[in-house]
Design a protein around this ligand. Sequence first.
Ligand code: DHB
Length: 308
Amino acid sequence: MDLSTTIAGVRFPSCFMNASGALCVTREELLALGRSRAGAIVTKSMTLEPRDGNSTPRYYGFPGGSINSMGLPNLGYRAYASLIPELKTLGKPVIASVAGLCEDDFPTIAATINEAMPDLIEVNLSCPNIPGKPQIGYDAEASERLLKRVRKIITVPMGVKLPPYFDPAHHAAMGAVISRCGIDFLNLINSVGNGLVVDPEHEVVVIKPKGGFGGLGGTIIKPVALANVRAFWKIFEGRMPIIGTGGVVSGVDVFEHLLCGATAVQIGTVLVEEGVNVFGRLETELAAHLSKKGYKKLEDCRGKLKEL
Ligand code: DHB
């Protein structure tokens, strides 16, 4: 079955790709994604300077998902700008994820990365793990200011990675911001920020940074991810491409994201847990599920979730 997809005019050989952060920091990890069945290579969110990130342990997987407080370990934007030409030879789109520790970092990074011509750029407004730095995506005015600044610089398709919202008024407010900023696609959602996982046996937190607080991913966040995909799909009446991220563990999870309106999906927790072979497994599972349901291609179910 054809599982290819198109976002903002860019064709992806498969609708599965890594979520930024999962196995995509180093050249070796990015090349391994290139050699795998992933439909794209997404870089770690990059900052001005290289960073080692927070102290370890900073990722913990458990049966329902994961918690992390990585603290933006990355090679710095100059290194990713140099790697992009090599990554682009691997036969699939390259998505550069741009972050920053303050608003002024974003335009600097965006200018150099745009010159390196990744196929798309994702502007990450939603890193929850830097001590003392609130997520820009929870401040609608700051988000609009920043997106308008980088949109003037970025000439390739530009998307936004948003944090989860939990109130329809917030979906509406951010939808209005997005519609004023020339955004080509959305990536929903980043991790559910600042959860806390407790080890009751040892009466202790499971990760070291920030007293154990960190971003939640995996199965436990799937309903939050689906709600955000659905809410923005409706706001944009199906006309804004959405990458669904959050809680994709099986082919049926992907199917649920498609029904809510996703055009592609990203894999975080289970990519970290299983490695790049997860992409082949998910392709097989999704193809089997679509056939069983009588769907011939992805578009046939996109957004088709029924209401009671
Ligand atoms: C990190 C986590 C995120 O959710 C994000 O969007 C960017 C960076 C991190 O801790 O490295």
